[in-house]
Design a protein. Sequence first.
Length: 573
Amino acid sequence: MHSIPFSLPGFEVTEVITTAEQLIICATSRSVQAECPACHEASQRVHSYYQRSPRDLPVSGQAVQLRLRVRRFRCLNVQCSKQTFAEPLPDLIASIARRTNRLTVLLGVYATPSGGEPGARLLKAGGRSVSPDTLLRLAKAGTAQRLVIPEILGVDDFAFRRGLSYGTLLIDWQQHRPVDLLPDRTAETFANWLRAHPGVKWISRDRSGEYARGASEGAPGAKQVMDRWHVIKNWREALERVVRRIYPRLELRLEQMRSTPFPKRKKARTTHEQAASSASRQHRLARYEEVLECYHQGLPIAQIAKQMHLARGTIYTYLAADSFPERSPRSPSPGTGKLIAPYTTYLRQRCEEGCQNAQQLYREIQVQDTCRYPRTVLRWLQAQGLFPRRYELRTFQDDWKQPEAQESHALSGGEERRSALVSTQQEELISSVELEEPLASARQLSYLFVKNPARLEAKDQQLLAFLQQEKEIELAYRLTQQLFHLMKNKQGNTATAWISICSSCGIAELEAFALGLQKELPAFQAACSLPYNNGMTEGFVNKLKHIKGSMYGRGRFELLRQRVLQSGASGAA
């Protein structure tokens, strides 16, 4: 007899052969009888012997090959369809397998998280060579842990190909693990799954109409909970449309409140730049008109976006605009304003006195305090509309290091000032906000509404105060704060009153938003009363993206589903 550092249940080791490539273990079965797999009668009559050579787990990085001498029995039941049968070895190897059960389990452990090629490389380093296709077959054939139908179900979509095809991920909100994957995100597929798996009491979802309809049809007794983050996101988008509509009025108000002591002059553009800008605008205008034409013909938004290679958000923006939406001016660099902020008051005073030379102003700032950013003064003057002559732009970067070699001089004061026309109160407000800079885009301004007021910087607070001078924006901001209050304090009983106020506020964009919430009132009230949300589902979607990315787009839906469910079951265990 020979001893080995692991067990072979039901076998006696007769010989161990060591070669350079592998370890060969010869063993003989110790059983004296076996049960017929057809009639389940025991038999002790041996018909013949044969040899099986399965692969086993590697030992110390060396491959292991078994040579098992097993019996073939004769069935003693004359009515049985089988005359002979092979000796079953359920504890060691399956009936027609060429590897042991424990090796199959190990390969499955590598196949689930790693996939084919990476798993094969890892196993080869551990002493077991296996084909990547074998690992993929094991991953597809594997069965995830059986899950109990959850009482609280989270549902969200994920992209197979962004903008083209999507699937649906279902999770157990209480057990923190995935339940199933669906091949699309239609209401019919979701409803069919709910019908086949009754018992769901709560469904946490986003504001997708497909999921709402699927939940109503598949589980009419389940209560739906709208995700609060998506409510805030859609509300901010409605605010953006409000700001975009009144954006010209904001620009006009800003122009009237400007306090620069000199009129701004735009930098002259070259002929090439003007031609490129005009061609770009004509191209965007043609696309805008084509979108409107397709929409009036009755084409759906998704088809228009696919046909014209545009994002659906761009299509919605075009349709919501009263006229062709021009591009907003580029926002100034945030770093420039922060660096120059301590010196703006002094710089304005010197500009009013007639000194508008960047080099001289920088030297004066250096006397007050050490300033390590000389070109910041030049950029600030450019933002005021004072663009230095070509020779000054060319020599400024080299000459600022030698302030003693420069002679102070002032630009001619032929430009008219208008600082006397601005009141003291407006001067303080504008100097804090730097309103002489271009106004931020409607999208950027809309984020000021949904941020925590206590965490806003002083500049953002002053900018928000400037926006609230418009009555519509003031009303929209108060409605925003009320929405945050009832969500934060779980005041679902006041949701109906807030929707009623919003529906009659006189702002068309917000009234349309309130109308949409009115159609899903129970789900909105649940969102304002219960702790359930889609945050956990979004986290599992990120995990799914990681698994899908590791497959390099070559795996089909069945393989992705198995890997996601098996990884979730192993993580929960």
